[in-house]
Design a protein around this ligand. Structure first.
Ligand SMILES: Nc1ncnc2c1ncn2[C@@H]1O[C@H](COP(=O)(O)OP(=O)(O)OP(=O)(O)O)[C@@H](O)[C@H]1O
Length: 360
């Protein structure tokens, strides 16, 4: 099937007019940790993470491969696979003021299954291949609606609207099989499927990683429109910092299984304070940047069984001192909307200038 999705959808989505307030938190994580017992010791793949996700915001989560991004996403939905152990708390605050907060990590199987589709939905990494090749897309939608006792006719109407919102022809898509659609189209069907039960939160783990650049930009733009139309909260996980700056209101940078820096996107892009965030931006290939300014990040990400003492980044950091080797930096407020875990953040402007070609 041909895809009529046009460059029309590739708009600049940085002008976001929502203003989620700090008080209106929809998902609250406290001391959220994930660990695995291995022969060589305990592997801490998410470590005491605190994060407030605000109602209506798009939160971008970035970090290198193996930094704990997928673990954070799975922990949010209490979906860490066995034998992984999830500790701490994730509290979901439903939109209805009268409704009690939900402790996600304490839910039994049934309520957890409902919460996962009806309140907090997720598009997992690589999920495109999870479509059953012998089933048409209509059946996929019907199966999901049925399993959650939703009215199928009303649900299919919503699916049709979502598919249109995603620049797909609903009738043709619903009557197609997975092999008949391109990767970009299947990814959009997955997003529609994740939203068909009207969740409040959509968590996406590398949803555009397998797509070409134009399709990535296009989907980013559509996600922003969907957020506005359906009042969604989104968590968008990626290794691609420049990509997420086009979409997110706020960005959290994960390093070694915890947040190194969190802030409003504008501050994170124009004035990041963690040496690692600066390194990530300076390592981004950009056609406009002189090659001499490109700086790969030296060294390797820490082993989760053996995270260094003190600041976990100190072995790779050009600003590291003895203090960094011994004392773990706490989150420090750079501004009311920006915090960083670094002993030397006030020196980074002089010591680690941003490349002039950084895509901002
Ligand atoms: N089942 C498992 N058992 C033990 N360790 C695991 C398991 N799954 C993942 N890990 C480890 O957890 C750490 C964090 O992995 P995670 O998948 O969250 O990284 P990520 O940032 O999402 O990386 P990527 O971008 O490559 O997907 C990695 O060191 C990984 O090897």
């Amino acid at each position: 099937m041909s895809d009529s999705f046009t460059a029309e959808a590739v708009a600049d989505t940085t002008d976001v007019d929502t203003d989620p307030t700090a008080e209106d938190v929809i998902l609250e994580c406290r001391d959220l940790s994930v660990s695995f017992e291995m022969d060589r010791g305990t592997s801490r793949v998410l470590h005491d993470v605190d994060m407030d996700i605000r109602r209506g915001e798009i939160l971008g989560i970035v970090g290198e491969s193996g930094s704990g991004k997928s673990m954070f996403a799975s922990a949010l939905l209490n979906a860490v696979v066995s034998p992984g152990r999830t500790e701490g708390s994730v509290t979901y605050h439903p939109p209805d003021d009268e409704a009690d907060p939900v402790e996600v990590l304490g839910l039994d199987k049934g309520p957890l299954r409902s919460l996962r589709w009806e309140d907090i939905s997720m598009v997992f990494q690589g999920a495109m291949s999870s479509f059953n090749p012998t089933m048409g897309f209509r059946e996929h939608f019907v199966e999901t609606l049925d399993a959650h006792d939703y009215d199928v006719a009303a649900g299919i109407e919503r699916a049709e609207e979502l598919l249109s919102d995603l620049y797909l022809d609903p009738d043709r898509v619903l009557d197609s099989y997975p092999h008949e659609l391109s990767g970009g189209m299947k990814q959009r069907v997955l997003i529609a499927l994740a939203l068909v039960l009207e969740p409040e939160v959509l968590v996406m783990d590398e949803p555009t990683a397998a797509l070409d650049l134009l399709m990535q930009r296009s989907i980013i733009s559509l996600l922003s429109d969907l957020r506005d139309k359906y009042d969604l909260t989104m968590v968008f996980i990626t290794h691609d910092l420049p990509l997420v700056t086009k979409l997110a209101d706020r960005i959290g940078v994960l390093y070694a299984f915890e947040f190194a820096e969190v802030g409003d996107t504008t501050e994170m892009v124009h004035d990041p304070k963690h040496p690692y965030t600066r390194a990530l931006l300076n390592a981004t290939p950009n056609l406009d940047a002189p090659l001499s300014e490109m700086r790969p990040i030296e060294g390797a990400a820490p082993d989760p069984v053996n995270v260094p003492a003190g600041c976990p980044y100190h072995e790779r950091c050009p600003l590291a001192t003895a203090e960094c080797e011994d004392v773990k930096p706490a989150m420090d407020a750079v501004s009311a909307t920006h915090e960083v875990a670094c002993h030397h953040w006030s020196d980074v402007d002089d010591e680690i200038p941003l490349s002039t070609g950084v895509q901002r």
